[in-house]
Design a protein around this ligand. Structure first.
Ligand code: GH3
Ligand code: MG
Ligand code: MG
Ligand code: MG
Length: 315
């Protein structure tokens, strides 16, 4: 019994240490009109490894949130001047859904109406100010944990397991609305389909593991090259789709040839073997066709690049 208790306690400590470790770099905000409550709550959260921002009312909290969109959790009071906790919660929910931001209410109001009121407008949890420090920490940490689990399962659904880049499923989820937005704003949108040349030979000559390493390296180079100018996804085996909303149609050829040259000049060493490869690209802008039309056009042009010698961009 004694040993079991010790083990349980050790496991608990390990969980806490692990949580504090994961909290490093996570931003939270404490909102309360009482500066002593703010200071007290902030200090216990800081001891959990969290980075804490403070605001004295809902309005200040909103301003601070716009400047710090990476805040993961807001711990708010109910009664405050200017903008109270319910207004703040309701407002934050219009810009951040529950699976991206935790809102926990910490109030001294003892009316039984308050907790359900907050939960209905989108708070994740409600804590009474008389709660122990331990309870506050448990609730903050478990809410952060839930947020992480959601993020993890979202990544599993949207990211490619080998390369860690966006997958085909996410590409369509992202590209559909982006296409609509560009149509409404009458903005140009470009699409490129890239395929590694003779990739089967990489596998045949150096082994499947080497092929995997090439795909990983290639993916990270492509993601870096595209940067904020669009989104790159692994479409299939050694085929990658890029949607570009920040590259003009007139610049598309140069932009993609820039990457083609980087890959042409690139060589990587895997287990003592030097591996080099090239890519073929088919690309198009949204002149009059819908998204499936653009994809099929890019695919046709990729075929043209392949049959006319490879290591080429055809727009
Ligand atoms: P082409 O220039 O015409 O594109 O020739 P290719 O050899 O690149 O094209 P092909 O479609 O004949 O072969 C693609 C190869 O990619 C076959 C497949 O085994 C390999 N492949 C697909 N996915 C993966 C992967 O995840 N890892 C590895 N190592 N190979 C993969
Ligand atoms: Mg108050
Ligand atoms: Mg290929
Ligand atoms: Mg292919």
């Amino acid at each position: 019994d004694y040993v079991l208790k010790k083990i349980e306690h050790a496991e608990y400590i390990i969980r806490i240490v692990h949580r504090v470790y994961k909290n490093k770099g996570l931003k939270v905000m404490v909102v309360d009109d009482s500066s002593s409550v703010r200071t007290w709550v902030s200090s216990i959260l800081r001891r959990q490894g969290l980075t804490v921002l403070q605001a004295a009312d809902g309005k200040e909290a909103c301003k601070l949130f716009y400047k710090n969109p990476d805040v993961k959790l807001v711990l708010t009071d109910y009664t405050m001047p200017e903008m109270d906790g319910t207004q703040l919660t309701a407002h934050l929910r219009t810009i951040r859904p529950m699976d991206e931001l935790c809102i926990i209410v910490l109030s001294s109001d003892s009316s039984s109406r308050i907790a359900p009121l907050f939960l209905k407008i989108g708070a994740n949890d409600f804590i009474h100010k008389s709660a122990s420090v331990e309870e506050i920490l448990c609730r903050v940490n478990s809410n952060l944990e839930i947020l992480e689990l959601i993020e993890e399962s979202r990544d599993r659904a949207n990211k490619d397991f080998l390369t860690g880049m966006w997958n085909r499923r996410y590409f369509f989820e992202y590209a559909g609305p982006l296409y609509e937005k560009c149509m409404v704003e009458r903005k140009e949108l470009c699409l490129a389909l890239l395929d590694i040349d003779y990739f089967k030979q990489v596998n045949d000559n150096y082994g499947h593991d080497a092929g995997d390493e090439v795909l990983k390296k290639f993916a990270s180079m492509l993601v870096d090259y595209v940067g904020n100018r669009g989104l790159a996804a692994r479409f299939g085996g050694e085929e990658f789709m890029v949607i570009l909303d920040d590259v003009a149609a007139g610049e598309l050829d140069d932009f993609l040839n820039g990457f083609r040259e980087i890959i042409e000049d690139f060589s990587m060493t895997y287990k003592g073997e030097v591996i080099e490869f090239t890519i073929s690209t088919g690309a198009t802008a949204n002149m009059g066709s819908d998204l499936p039309g653009m994809i099929s056009r890019a695919d046709d042009l990729l075929y043209e690049a392949k049959t006319s010698g490879r290591n080429k961009v055809v727009c």
